[in-house]
Design a protein around this ligand. Structure first.
Ligand code: ARG
Length: 588
């Protein structure tokens, strides 16, 4: 196991037990990378409290008891009792050497217990805009899925698309009016939102005009259609299927463009739970979890109160007998635990739905559908803002099409690569522009904490400097170009990296952090930590390359060892970018 934290942790725990008694064998040494040394151990303060003694005295006793001789120099005590640890360079070199072995998996450990993780992400709504908000739930969710798979877990992707509900009444009526083979219907494949808005406008105008006595107006027909559809009318279902089918084509065009791993087999839309909704209500009512309140069937999960301190209801069957979003989510949750065998469930959905999810989770726990050992988490997604600081929704009054936005990013990236590498063939520049443009957009999304808002700024996303995809992609391309030159000169990488000077050492230490970083990204569902890590890795590479020439190095062994260090960096960068779903071009 190459990660320094882990090796150090074991040594410190042995020392705690020896110095203070066996009950301290599990105490957390709190080892963190530090600006004052390679690592800092902050255990003395906590232990001092537990033992009722002075932190500096405890620190001194730890230093006396700990055996780090083969790993690090004797720790220095600083401030109130911090222990600064400088690793031995030969130990760092040996760990880095281990990392290059194919079996080392770049330091990513096998899981202690492989989990089945159900991941609910993307989830756009059929025949409605797939807006930038869905860009984020898609990109963040996909990165979490990729990361968990690299960590050895089984991921069950569930794309909970909004393919059911009252809007389908008006959508079906609109489709019938314009004609199923019309140009307007074709819009569903390219700009579903325009189709949705046209239907909505018709509905609103009809409502404003007032219902016709015979119910022949658009709004009355739309309402009647909802009822016919829900009663299982074959013709209504046929048109609904057609609507959903066309929308799916649109989603998949977006997913392809985004290099996202979602396919048709991951679709599990709201409609898939229709035949379970009545049973969900009956079961909850029979178990005494749900009761009728004002004609509606409600769960009142413990701990939720609204205004006037009244218990807050989660409505699962409206007074008109209709089911809603919460009913579907309860059915989905039960299915995920019972049939899909989830050990952990992640919902990558906008922050605005926080209350909904906490109420659904609490209700499911009370019903016994979500056992204690199964974690359910809402991965809250913040908003994408425009340059005016408002939620990015519209541009010049019309709706902002996601595809148009992505095309704009690729076009802007094309300008970047055309300037950088006019010598490359057209087809290659096109592919690179895709990788930079899409990678840039995705990375900007991923490098922000998922629950924070961020401003959509193409210039910044595509910048070659700073914490951006193009910066990392460029670092990879640069190493690959060194590799090509080396091959041309007949220089082969040494089996082990050369780790001696400060820059080599700093780079090697960064490389050893890949495994622990990926583990924490999977545990916390926080891809932005991986971005921050890859950025500092690329920076460490840049400093290394400035300080230590590779191919110009005269000493043959050092040259081959530095090449090995560069190649290991390339592998980690590419693997990390792959966990984010960002492609690394061969050249830039
Ligand atoms: N379709 C919903 C929306 O666009 C998101 C669904 C998220 N998943 C869930 N199980 N509720 O807001």
């Amino acid at each position: 196991m190459p990660a320094p934290e882990i090796a150090l942790t074991e040594r410190f725990q042995t020392a705690f037990a020896a110095a203070f008694g066996p009950e301290y064998a599990q105490a957390d040494p709190i080892i963190r990378p530090s600006q004052f040394a390679d690592f800092q151990c902050n255990a003395a303060m906590g232990l001092a409290k537990r033992l009722g003694r002075k932190p500096r005295d405890i620190a001194a006793e730890i230093v006396a008891a700990v055996d780090l001789a083969d790993i690090a120099e004797t720790p220095e005590i600083a401030g109130p009792g911090f222990l600064n640890i400088r690793l031995r360079t030969d130990w760092v070199a040996a760990q880095a050497a281990e990392l290059t072995a194919p079996s080392a998996a770049l330091g990513v450990p096998a899981p202690e217990r492989a989990q089945t993780v159900v991941l609910d992400y993307s989830a756009p709504n059929v025949a409605k805009e797939m807006h930038v908000g869905h860009l984020r739930t898609t990109v963040v969710g996909d990165s979490i899925a990729r990361t968990l798979e690299k960590l050895g877990h089984t991921v069950v992707r569930q794309n909970h698309i909004g393919d059911w509900g009252t809007p389908f009444g008006m959508l079906i009526e609109h489709l019938l009016e314009v004609g199923e083979d019309s140009a307007e219907a074709e819009l569903l494949k390219t700009d579903p939102n325009a189709f949705y808005q046209a239907a909505r406008a018709k509905f609103d105008a009809a409502e404003a005009a007032g219902a016709a006595d015979d119910g022949s107006d658009f709004a009355s027909r739309a309402r009647a259609r909802v009822a016919t559809l829900q009663s299982g009318d074959a013709e209504s279902l046929r048109i609904w299927t057609n609507l959903v089918e066309l929308s799916k084509q649109y989603f998949h065009r977006i997913y392809d463009m985004l290099d996202v791993t979602l396919t048709d087999e991951h679709l599990a839309g709201e409609s898939t739970y229709n035949d379970q909704l009545a049973a969900v209500c009956d079961d909850l009512e029979a178990a005494g979890i749900a009761r009728i309140s004002d004609g509606a069937l409600c769960v009142f999960p413990a701990g939720f109160t609204g205004r006037d301190e009244q218990p807050l209801p989660l409505i699962i069957r409206k007074s008109d007998g209709g089911y809603g979003y919460a009913t579907t989510d309860l059915a989905a949750l039960r299915h995920r635990v019972r049939d899909l065998g989830a050990d952990r469930i992640g919902y990558v959905v906008g922050s605005a739905q926080e209350l909904h999810f906490t109420m659904v989770f609490t209700s499911a726990r009370e019903a016994g559908w979500l056992p204690e050992q199964v974690e359910a988490e809402h991965v809250k997604i913040g908003s994408v803002l425009g340059e005016d600081g408002k939620i990015l929704r519209t541009r010049s009054g019309s709706s902002l099409r996601l595809m148009a936005l992505l095309e704009e990013a690729v076009a802007a990236a094309r300008t970047v690569i055309d300037e950088l590498r006019p010598d490359l063939p057209e087809a290659e520049r096109e592919q690179i522009a895709h990788d930079i443009g899409i990678g840039g957009v995705k990375y900007a999304d991923l490098s922000t904490a998922h629950d924070s808002d961020y401003t959509f700024d193409l210039d910044r996303m595509l910048a070659l400097t700073g914490n951006t995809a193009p910066y990392l992609q460029y670092a990879v391309a640069r190493i690959r170009s060194i590799g090509r030159k080396a091959a041309a000169q007949g220089v082969a990488a040494a089996p082990a990296p050369h780790v001696e000077n400060d820059a080599e050492r700093a780079l090697a230490l960064q490389l050893l952090e890949f495994g622990p970083t990926l583990v924490s990204v999977g545990a916390e569902f926080e891809p932005h930590r991986l971005c921050a890590y890859l950025f500092s890795l690329a920076q460490a590479f840049t400093s290394f390359y400035e300080a230590s020439p590779i191919l110009k190095e005269a000493d043959e062994q050092v040259r081959a060892g530095r090449l090995a260090l560069a190649e290991l960096t390339e592998r980690v960068l590419v693997e990390g970018l792959d966990a984010l779903g960002v492609n690394a071009p061969q050249q830039m």
